[in-house]
Design a protein around this ligand. Structure first.
Ligand SMILES: [Fe+2]
Length: 207
């Protein structure tokens, strides 16, 4: 009679414990792009575009955070309306950040993400930690917008020249135009018009 075969038990240990504190090398270095992608865009073009987009990303992330700082720290009689407006613009910039970062990734690049890296890269002046007056807050925001808008116009031209229509569309439709709109909403707050008494020139002459 044949001996009954005993099934061999695999020696793997089944364990419900999560494997914590793991480390490994990066799978892609910052500043590189994936070599081959079916995008009909050559590697040097994607390298140039991702480098430019990372600069735009760093500035946009800084502007986004400047809006939250302004939202929290605003003071004065216009507190409520500015508190809400700053947060509205913050949320819109959150969307812009995501659009830029994901374009960098889809072009085969690596997007900046952490605050320390953003701080090293941005061209926007660092504000103090403390609170500032409303006109100063708004001026800082407008200066930041101006840096981004200037770069958008350069990048729109460059992306067209290099044949990257997708980046051109993103920069013009999703970055430039929302920034232009926010500039309008902000800059109207710096127009010095009377709040209660209109300045009637005839009344001034008579006085
Ligand atoms: Fe809030």
């Amino acid at each position: 009679m044949a001996k009954k075969e005993v099934p061999v038990r695999r020696q793997t240990t089944i364990n419900a414990q999560p494997r914590l504190h793991q480390h490994a090398q990066e799978i892609q270095a910052y500043g590189t792009v994936s070599h081959a992608l079916p995008l009909e865009l050559e590697e040097p073009v994607r390298l140039e575009m991702t480098e430019q987009l990372n600069l735009l990303l760093a500035d946009t992330m800084t502007l986004r955070d400047l809006y939250k700082k302004s939202h929290w720290q605003v003071a004065g009689p216009t507190f409520y309306q500015l508190h809400l407006l700053f947060d509205k613009h913050y949320n819109e910039q959150v969307e812009v950040v995501d659009e830029i970062a994901e374009r960098i990734q889809l072009l085969g690049g690596v997007s900046l993400s952490m605050a320390a890296d953003v701080a090293e890269t941005t061209r926007i002046e660092r504000p103090p930690r403390g609170r500032e007056e409303v006109p100063v807050q708004i001026s800082r925001l407008l200066d930041a917008h101006q840096i981004i808008i200037r770069h958008c116009r350069q990048l729109a031209e460059l992306s067209t020249k290099l044949g990257d229509a997708g980046t051109n569309d993103l920069v013009v439709s999703d970055v430039l135009r929302p920034n232009e709109l926010q500039v309008w909403f902000l800059s109207e707050h710096l127009v010095d018009v009377p709040l209660v008494h209109a300045e009637d020139p005839d009344v001034r002459k008579a006085g």
